[in-house]
Write a protein that binds this ligand. Sequence first.
Ligand SMILES: Nc1ncnc2c1ncn2[C@@H]1O[C@H](COP(=O)(O)OP(=O)(O)OP(=O)(O)O)[C@@H](O)[C@H]1O
Length: 346
Amino acid sequence: MSLRIEAVSKVLGGRTIVDSLDLEVETGQLASLLGPSGCGKTTTLRMIGGFLRPDAGQVLIDGQDVTAIAPERRPTAMVFQNYALWPHMTVFKNIAFGLKLRRMPRDEIRSRVEDVLRTVNLLHHIDSHPGQISGGEQQRVALARALVLEPKVLLLDEPLSNLDAKLRERVRDDIREIQQRVGITTVLVTHDQDEALSISDKVAVMTGGRIDQYDPPSTIYRAPRTRFVADFVGTMNLLRATVHDDHVATGDVKIPVRGAALGVEGEWDVGVRPEDVRVSPSEGAPAQVARVIPRGHYTELVLMLGEQRLRAFVGPGSGDDLPEGATAHIEISRALLYREGLLHQA
Ligand SMILES: Nc1ncnc2c1ncn2[C@@H]1O[C@H](COP(=O)(O)OP(=O)(O)OP(=O)(O)O)[C@@H](O)[C@H]1O
């Protein structure tokens, strides 16, 4: 186990910002801290990096307690949101800076900087200034500047938030590819669920200073453990409904559930992913098509079942030709049941 946080807490401005938090990241894996603004992600990352001292709990790296060790003496390196390259220095000097502080011999600095620039595919920019390279390249230089220190744990604080949407996707893939190739244990802070789901080995979904769920992306998406995670990650229809063995009822409308029996009855919060709503011309609960939203490779339908709104993602020939105002018939192929905020495990 490379990184371990045990019962770490932090009070700031009289409020508990991080609340007895535990987290383990295995060697070479990338874990994301994902959550809404203010949930304590950055505070947690700063405690791992040593920029903030926990009020309680421990940070362990390779089994060694580093809780009381200063940031520059920890085997960690942080890449900040605004990557802060020095504009008057070349790429070489920006990256070499940390090694000079360590009084490394010049030749070794040169070869290490060249190696790391090769890793991030930027050797040809070794003598450029930050203003002469693109935003995505600047972010890769910031990554190189952290990697050159050969940290055991790499900390990334919203590293993509300054980039436009297209570039963000590209640099995101670059970061993942480099992280896996180098095999470096990494913690990434993000409020962007696409980013977290697409590059992480595991995602920790945070709310109110705690982790609600820490699992691989597919589990977070398919089996959100709490109602909060269900609602926060991806699009989720959440209905207050009466559950029966083979259908759920909301108001007067009965929606058939195909596939596995639900196994319980009574009042539940029912979570249904839009891709698990099936639309057919004649079978299932009648619903009015309120909006048709083309999404490129699929179509989003906003459906009204009485007062209840439901989103469905449908593909070619599966309801994408329904006009607004038409009556669709719907079934559910998979439902998640929550009571008191927790997932019912059948
Ligand atoms: N020095 C401080 N004094 C008082 N409150 C603080 C201090 N630093 C952070 N906070 C508060 O702690 C809470 C959590 O901050 P943190 O930066 O960890 O959140 P976050 O999850 O990273 O959010 P964001 O995505 O907006 O960066 C916020 O409400 C913030 O205002």
